[in-house]
Design a protein around this ligand. Structure first.
Ligand code: AMP
Length: 183
């Protein structure tokens, strides 16, 4: 099962991604998590990416595409994966399609978690990760609106998008996601 999980920061993507990968038994590929680990380890990717994470901006596409390609080439991804936080631009979505097409493969589903913006900001302020300072949150929402919302339109055009109401208890949201995957 090859899946992409989309949704704005604060939609509860991390929690649901965790539950989905346990149920579906595929690796969880969180690009945000990969970048935070690279920064912690002090790798060259980490050093390049840090300024973008600290300011809430997107890391340049070429770095991200390379990072994801290398990860998807690993054997544990052969039977499927859940991408969380990638693609975040139409260019990344196209690169992912190209990568899969070259391997005679394609995505099985794209799941979009939807929550209204006021609720999102409330959740993000309650969470307070390092990059959850109010001005960084604002910048991440701008990046989402301007660069990532078009990704939903891209997948909608290709008829692979399932939009899921992400308001409700984690169990309710999980049930909606699973029923979309099983469709
Ligand atoms: P996340 O944990 O998914 O919210 O990602 C945290 C930060 O990592 C984002 O605010 C971006 O700076 C960076 N990032 C993660 N995934 C991507 C991506 N696909 N493209 C560009 N930047 C990304």
């Amino acid at each position: 099962m090859r899946l992409v999980l989309l949704g704005p920061p604060g939609a509860g993507k991390g929690t649901q991604a965790q539950r989905l990968v346990e149920r579906l038994r595929v690796p969880h590929i969180s690009t945000g998590e990969m970048l935070r680990q690279a920064i912690e380890k002090g790798t060259s990717t980490g050093r390049e990416a840090k300024q973008y994470l600290d300011s809430g901006q997107l890391v340049p596409g070429q770095i991200m595409i390379e990072l994801v390609r290398q990860r998807l080439d690993e054997p544990d991804c052969a039977a499927g994966f859940l991408l969380d936080g990638f693609p975040r631009t139409v260019l990344q979505a196209e690169a992912l399609d190209d990568y899969l097409a070259c391997r005679s493969s394609s995505l099985d589903a794209v799941l979009e978690m939807q929550v209204d913006e006021e609720e999102l900001i409330r959740r993000l302020i309650a969470r307070r990760r390092g990059d959850d300072q109010p001005d960084v949150i604002r910048q991440r929402m701008v990046a989402y609106r301007e660069q990532t919302m078009p990704v939903s339109a891209y997948y909608r055009q290709h008829a692979r998008l399932s939009t899921i109401d992400a308001l409700g208890t984690p169990d309710e949201v999980f049930a909606r996601l699973l029923s979309a995957v099983e469709k």
